[in-house]
Write a protein that binds this ligand. Structure first.
Ligand SMILES: [Zn+2]
Length: 262
């Protein structure tokens, strides 16, 4: 009886060649596009909308939409004219996220840490920056490149290429999987600029992260499982404030003074 799990020598040689080619960078695997990850994220967003109560509080909905839209208007294209979907979830969770393709989710509980309009603008600006910097797409593609050699072997064996599970992983970044440390710093800096350009006071970001620290003493907010909080972060924000404040002053002088309140 022929054993099916025994690989013929020819196949082993082929795999070895493929593996070597992949390791040498000769293997050009298709990388995941922002659009592909956007459609996976849209499905994830819908799932969340179907499983988490949506806030029917008109004043909170208007408040979050007002802040989000003011920030979105300041983004570079294609992000400024993208059809962003903003949802407010009725939940005690201190949580907020933004996904590729332009999906923003804000949990009502975030207001325990984001106590003022400017502080909530800091959260939303930061989250949107993760999207404009394509952080999830970059994470997935880095994984894909690392796993490239494995995928090449799997493809030859007729197994999954590994792209599907990576797309699923990508849609979870910022939801249940954390961003990278340098991506967090990048989102902090970009977020400051976005909020400042929209006319929100970037200094509020400092108090926001202090509030996050305070809330984490009682029980770590869900937000902090994907967003590390540290004194280094606050120090970096303080260092990045001068140019952001300059842009904030320019924005206010230009009449940008979004009236977003609960
Ligand atoms: Zn972040």
């Amino acid at each position: 009886m022929e054993r099916e799990d025994q690989m013929p020598l020819g196949l082993i040689r082929l795999l070895a060649i493929l593996l070597a080619a992949a390791m040498a960078g000769g293997c050009s695997l298709p990388l995941v596009s922002e659009a592909e990850l956007a459609s996976q994220s849209a499905a994830e967003f819908e799932k969340l909308r179907n499983t988490t109560p949506i806030s029917t509080d008109g004043s909170v909905r208007r408040y979050v939409n007002c802040i989000s839209k003011a920030i979105i208007a300041e983004l570079d294209e294609p992000y400024a004219s993208k059809d962003w979907q903003i949802e407010i979830f009725e939940s005690e969770q201190i949580n907020a996220f933004a996904m590729p393709g332009g999906k923003i989710g804000v949990f009502t509980g975030i207001q325990r840490a984001a106590e003022t309009t400017d502080q909530l603008a800091a959260v939303i600006g930061h989250e949107i920056a993760h999207v404009t910097e394509q952080h999830s797409v970059k994470r997935v593609n880095r994984e894909l490149t690392t796993r490239g050699s494995v995928a090449a072997v799997a493809a030859v064996l007729g197994g999954p290429a590994g792209t599907t599970d990576l797309l699923a992983m990508g849609a979870q970044i910022g939801l249940s999987l954390p961003y990278g440390r340098s991506q967090e710093s990048e989102a902090d800096i970009d977020g400051l600029i976005f909020m400042a350009d929209a006319g929100f006071d970037p200094r509020a970001s400092i108090q926001l992260w202090k509030n996050m620290e305070r809330e984490s003493e009682a029980a770590p907010p869900e937000f902090l499982s994907t967003h590390p909080s540290s004194s280094t972060r606050i120090g970096d924000l303080i260092a990045a404030l001068p140019p952001a404040l300059e842009r904030y002053n320019l924005a206010r002088a230009a009449g940008k003074n979004p009236q977003c309140s609960r």
